[in-house]
Write a new protein. Sequence first.
Length: 165
Amino acid sequence: MGDDVGNRIVVRPPSFPEVNAGEVLSADPGREWQVLCGDCGHWRLGIYSPPFSSRQELTRLERHSCPELFLLLSGEIVLVVAEMSSGGPELREIPLALGKPVLITQPHAGYCPCGRHTGTAVVVERDEFETHYLPLSGWPSVLAGSRPAANGSAAKNCETGDKTD
Ligand SMILES: [Fe+2]
């Protein structure tokens, strides 16, 4: 749903499939990321299931120009977030818990400690944003030299024009 521009992914609305309102939405098992639905120019919802089983398998962090909400659906998922603490840059692990949503704004990645794709989480994010990828090793220096573009533009290509929020 996004245009891959080097180490950057650009998502533009509408960035989700059309669905029939009132019908149950389903996700295919064994996929890292599937967008299920959304509201054009506003939000979209997807299912996330990391294809990694340990932090050692991670090679990059994703950094979005919007917040991202995670809510564990099944299994186990550990998010790894890059933060600047008083002691310097650090990678912090956040084990997701059922019924306990977590909002992420930091560069992040994730893994399933019980095996690849054994955990699933609901993700809510914007319908329009950019993602920059940072290497897991050396992310502090890369982060210091990059910043995703601000994302305050009006939604484009939306079929309905009656959104007034
Ligand atoms: Fe993300």
